[in-house]
Design a protein around this ligand. Sequence first.
Ligand code: IPD
Ligand code: CA
Length: 286
Amino acid sequence: MCCDQFVAIGSNGSPEPLSFAELGQLAVELAVGAGQVAKQGRARGFRVDTKSSATDLVTEVDRRVERWLGAAIADARPEDGVLGEEGGERRGSSGVRWVLDPIDGTVNFAIGLPWYAVSVAVEVSGQVVAGCVHNPESGDTYHAVAGGGAFRNRAESGDVRLTGPRDAPVERMVVATGFGYDADRRRQQASALPELLSRIGDIRRFGAASLDLCAVASGLVDGYFELGLNYWDYAAGLLIAHEAGCASSDLGRRGAGSEFIAVCRPTVAVEFFRVLSDCEVDLPRS
Ligand code: IPD
Ligand code: CA
């Protein structure tokens, strides 16, 4: 994306000028507002169900937060489309679409581990132009607008610009990753780890892909990779990582339902992506 201004179709059917920055501001307001709904819901107690497998959880709060987001978007921008993890899909007519993960890190949320986030990305003509990942428990709000840099906001320090990880060689990189909910997929993912662990510094598994991407953007870890993500898991976080100057790769993999992302500092990208490829983290041994 090269320019900040674009034209959307307004509610009266006529073109209206809008900027990515305005959408970015709304993304932050939505994620922070939804974070309050999530945090209050956790404090009050909630029912837990399963989805694709016994380990794939969804709580009534996930659904409540997505409904809250859908209603807030319909109120603010009724012509926009919505794609949400918990089924909240709405076709729009404005050229703008919101991509929502109401709670990323649902397992953490359900067991009381305060490491989960609301992820809100906004696309214009199919390209993510702004995004926000908000952890309601820590109060950290990560946000970016395409071409405008990435930031972490904390109440005590305001916006701090993010510049990606430290300059660590691949053999010392501390790398976040995650595992899917399907037992066979997990076996495949785990099969790459023995070799990988001998070639990098260490592995971390925090439990929320959106926050993993923000952890790379803010330099908490040196890299991240994961196979089998859903678009809503990474739509906002990947923009934030890119805007913090990080490099990314899908290692050329485009298998249906197997979205793969690796992210790191550009200076180690060629070598890091080669190591991931050698270890077959994107196409595990069967
Ligand atoms: C999950 C988390 C997790 C990742 C899984 C995702 P959810 O999202 O981001 O870290 O490893 O692949 O599905 O289910 O908590 O929204
Ligand atoms: Ca989720």
